[in-house]
Write a protein that binds this ligand. Structure first.
Ligand code: 7PM
Length: 283
């Protein structure tokens, strides 16, 4: 996939490290994000083998307050600018707002990760204007309502229908399909059973032919399955990432970069994944 600074070969699995710059993540003890601590965390993820760093400043936690655009940019821009200046890595920004998309692209972001799949008014036109890869994530409803009795007719069919509608909308807006990635949005309007069914049938989403990104890292479903608190879900997350890659995911979004990179290296080397399917048949 073509990014402004480089081409990223998605015929092998890649890791996207998560960098939250909400005041509760890299707190300076007050309302602000500690810039050096945030950039150090990005450097450490790069050192651990991350290909992309995904910076997010807006909590999408169910029921979380909306963050005004000016505040989102105040949190994002200092960290984005310093990471772009100091680290040789692709930076993605997790945002739903068209104004934020334009501003971060000017500041050197190379990818937009939108949990609303460009449904926010103005977002699809902003994305079309920027020549960057865009990740469209599926969410049922809005962050405020998504976990209130989520229900589907069929999975993953409903998500496939959602993406075909979003891809049509992108076509109409003149957004080149070659720039798009899709993500089923684990935990976004899904029960544990929904998340597990989507994971089990992920190959059907991969069959749409667009690069597939997944994020299960530290999520509640993993906590419910293991009984582990959020800081002890690494093993569960790595298992989920391995399954997802085996079923066609090409980018894994995670907090636990080192462990995920190690696991994906083993998959690659052992030729278990579809990436080496051709070679295996040759033997
Ligand atoms: C609270 C609740 C804090 C949920 C953070 C989260 C995804 C994403 C997020 C994902 C893509 C988290 C989520 N999750 N973007 N942004 N895919 N593309 O656990 O699964 O990181 S926010």
């Amino acid at each position: 996939m073509k990014f402004p600074s480089r081409n990223l070969d998605l015929s092998r699995p890649r890791v996207m490290g998560i960098l939250n710059v909400t005041p509760d993540s890299f707190s300076d003890g007050g309302r602000y994000v500690d810039l050096n601590a945030a950039v150090d965390a990005a450097a450490s993820m790069l050192q651990s083998g991350a290909d992309i760093i995904d910076i997010g400043a807006e909590s999408t936690r169910p029921g979380a307050d909306a963050v005004p655009e000016s505040e989102e940019l105040d949190r994002l821009l200092p960290v984005l600018e310093k990471v772009v200046a100091e680290l040789d890595v692709i930076v993605s920004v997790d945002t739903r707002k068209p104004g934020v998309m334009r501003a971060v692209a000017s500041a050197g972001a190379e990818m937009i990760n939108d949990v609303c799949a460009l449904r926010t008014p103005g977002a699809i036109d902003a994305a079309a204007d920027l020549d960057l890869p865009i990740c469209l994530m599926h969410m049922l409803g809005t962050p405020e309502t998504m976990q209130v009795a989520p229900s589907y007719r069929a999975l993953p069919d409903d998500i496939i229908t959602f993406f075909s509608e979003r891809l049509d909308a992108c076509d109409r807006a003149g957004l080149d399909r070659q720039r798009l990635l899709i993500d089923p949005g684990f935990g976004f309007g899904k029960t544990d059973a929904h998340n597990l069914e989507i994971l089990a049938k992920l190959d059907q989403l991969a069959a749409l032919g667009l690069p597939l990104l997944v994020g299960l890292s530290r999520k509640k479903t993993l906590g419910n399955l293991t009984g582990q608190p959020v800081d002890k879900r690494t093993a569960a997350g790595v298992a989920a990432a391995v399954l997802a890659v085996e079923r066609g995911a090409t980018i894994v979004r995670t907090h636990d970069v080192r462990e995920t990179v190690d696991a994906l290296r083993v998959i690659e080397a052992a030729a278990l994944s579809r990436f080496d399917g051709a070679q295996r048949q040759d033997i």
